[in-house]
Design a protein around this ligand. Structure first.
Ligand SMILES: Cc1ncc(COP(=O)(O)O)c(C=O)c1O
Length: 396
């Protein structure tokens, strides 16, 4: 439990300077004009909710977002378009329409620029997708444990990929260093304070996921709890900020979930200051294998999150199978390794009376989790679930 958690109404003091109302509106207005935009589905898993002993379980399913298989285009590609818009305005003195930008209409203005980022898969894919569509160059840094399939997915979007020694955090440092060259720009989803305005754009884009969920819940009571998986904490902070803004006094109780060996948010909340999870971060949850919390995420989570927990890989495998197998009569869901961590956390808490009591979870609770990716590494998905994503979705 986070002992520094602030009262429900302290939004202004805690985060409004990073997440004002305009930041949510801007993300919605820009991203909703991109070709192919659709809100991701909010699924109600009634069978699993009743098996767990709660009133409602909502699953925001990001597995189809922009055809990229994760929520990530909301952040990285959004920050690419925001950056290019600003550069066009500065250098050419006109406002480029974001929809046109993403359809390559301003490629002549941005074709000499290079965007770069480090990734464990999904963020790099998102930045490469944005760059390819806008018509600028893209170089993505990956670390030694990123799978070949994830690397290939980035190459398929026209980016160059550089594999570096070390872990995710080492690849982030290399990307920041490379971006010091003229006409190179970092689009990173985490920051130690450097290029923080870009990281903030990434997080503003993520808020659309929560914004959509709030809209999809119109006429229904909002969730009492949310379980959010964390890598560097950016997604969790963005979603928490959006809900906090919306609900004030009724802010959902927010619980963070991370792999045992990459638990930088858990360690930081325990210590009351940013802490590093050292080492190689061995886990199948590739998107969460990060050892250093983003300084911007910390600003929100340090007083916004009520609790954090850590997860073993085995519980993740089981949850992916459970969702694919319709084990509780709910529709089949394709969820990747990093997608289910929040839900795994909820399942673990519901089995533990003490944890349940501390978090106030009972048969009146309405919980939202975010299925942040589908089968983004198809080989890994098949190995774990025993079937491909298509087979899961089309099984009778
Ligand atoms: C599928 C998925 N879920 C969750 C996350 C966690 O996001 P963050 O690193 O902002 O905490 C990531 C990050 O890459 C991801 O790829």
């Amino acid at each position: 439990m986070n002992t520094a958690v602030s009262g429900p109404a302290d939004y202004a003091a805690a985060v409004s300077r990073y997440f004002p109302r305009e930041s949510f509106d801007r993300a919605r207005s820009i991203i909703s004009r991109w070709p192919g935009y659709q809100p991701s589905p909010l699924r109600s898993l009634d069978g699993l909710a009743s098996a767990l002993g709660i009133e409602k379980l909502y699953y925001k399913d990001e597995s189809e977002r922009f055809g990229l298989g994760s929520f990530k285009p909301l952040g990285g590609a959004y920050a690419v378009t925001r950056l290019l818009q600003k550069i066009i305005l500065q250098r050419h003195h006109f406002n480029a329409d974001p929809g046109d930008l993403l359809q390559g209409k301003y490629a002549d203005y941005v074709g000499h620029l290079t965007v770069t980022a480090a990734t464990d898969g999904n963020h790099g894919r998102s930045v490469a997708w944005g760059a390819q569509r806008c018509g600028c160059h893209c170089v993505i840094y990956i670390h030694q444990h990123v799978s070949k399939q994830r690397e290939q997915a980035i190459l398929d979007l026209g980016a160059s990929v550089t594999r570096v020694a070390g872990n995710y955090d080492d690849s982030v440092r290399q990307a920041y260093q490379r971006a010091e060259a003229p006409d190179w720009y970092i689009i990173q989803d985490t920051t130690d304070g450097t290029a923080a305005e870009i990281t903030l754009d990434v997080m503003h884009g993520y808020t659309l996921m929560a914004d959509e969920a709030i809209e999809q819940l119109t006429d229904r009571p909002l969730p009492t709890h949310q379980f959010l998986q964390a890598g560097v904490g950016g997604m969790a902070a963005a979603v928490l900020a959006r809900f906090w803004f919306e609900t004030g006094q009724q802010r959902p109780v927010t619980v963070l979930a991370e792999p045992t060996h990459a638990a930088c948010c858990f360690l930081s909340l325990s210590a009351g200051r940013p802490e590093i999870a050292e080492g190689d971060h061995p886990t199948i949850m590739a998107g969460l294998a990060c050892g250093e919390i983003s300084s911007l995420a910390w600003e929100v989570l340090k007083t916004g999150a009520q609790a954090a927990l850590t997860l073993a890989d085995d519980s993740v495998r089981d949850c992916m199978q459970l969702l694919a197998d319709r084990r509780f009569g709910d529709p089949a869901i394709v969820a990747g390794e990093s997608a289910v961590a929040g839900l795994v956390g909820l399942i673990a808490v519901m089995k533990d009376q003490d944890a349940r009591n501390k978090l106030g979870l009972d048969r009146h609770s309405r919980v939202i989790v975010y299925g942040t990716e589908g089968a983004t590494d198809p080989q890994m998905y098949r190995r774990i679930v025993g079937r491909s994503a298509q087979e899961v979705l089309h099984a009778g």
